[in-house]
Design a protein around this ligand. Structure first.
Ligand SMILES: [Zn+2]
Length: 180
């Protein structure tokens, strides 16, 4: 998928996850943060993180912005291998959530939502890549088995354009359901 499809994916996944899961969690835990604020933090974090996995791709926009980091990653990780491995982000996300106690108490909730939002953004990237022919190595580093949900050809309208239209429609209905 191209950069724009991934950005729309980060937006849509962040929005959906906030609406479906986090609103209920926030209500159950008696959070005093307004739902709209929770949604905003998660969506912005999700969009901010959704391009990270392509840091291993020389011509991706995130690699062009951070060429040195990209070069280092390319030396140590193959394309669509380590940076597209769900296990890496499950470990990183768990470690970051484990550090919550190190963050000032007043920022605990915001920090947690930022970490969750970043994880959702990366999950959106991996899900969209899994819809393309190349797929992802879902069990990396234990197996290099390719996993595909669909076999769309990236760069074609049917792949990137249609995916964006579907996701924007989902986002529209999701925004309509946000309680203000
Ligand atoms: Zn990718």
């Amino acid at each position: 998928m191209n950069k724009y499809a991934h950005l729309v994916g980060g937006f849509t996944f962040g929005l959906l996850f906030s609406n479906i899961v986090l609103e209920k969690v926030a209500t159950m835990t008696g959070s005093e943060m307004p739902i709209i604020a929770v949604t905003a933090i998660v969506v912005v974090s999700s969009i901010g993180a959704c391009l990270i996995p392509d840091i291993d791709h020389r011509s991706s926009s995130i690699s062009k912005k951070h060429p040195i980091i990209s070069k280092v990653v390319r030396v140590f990780a193959g394309h669509r291998e380590l940076t597209h491995a769900p296990l890496l982000y499950i470990i990183l996300g768990s470690l970051l959530l484990g550090l919550t106690s190190q963050v000032p108490l007043a920022l605990h909730e915001i920090y947690t939502y930022v970490v969750i939002g970043c994880f959702i953004g990366i999950l959106s990237h991996l899900t969209l890549d899994a819809m393309t022919k190349s797929g992802i190595h879902i069990l990396y580093p234990f197996s290099k088995m390719r996993f595909n949900i669909l076999r769309l050809q990236t760069g074609k309208f049917i792949c990137d354009g249609l995916a964006m239209i579907v996701m924007l429609l989902v986002s529209f209905f999701s925004i309509m359901s946000i309680p203000i």
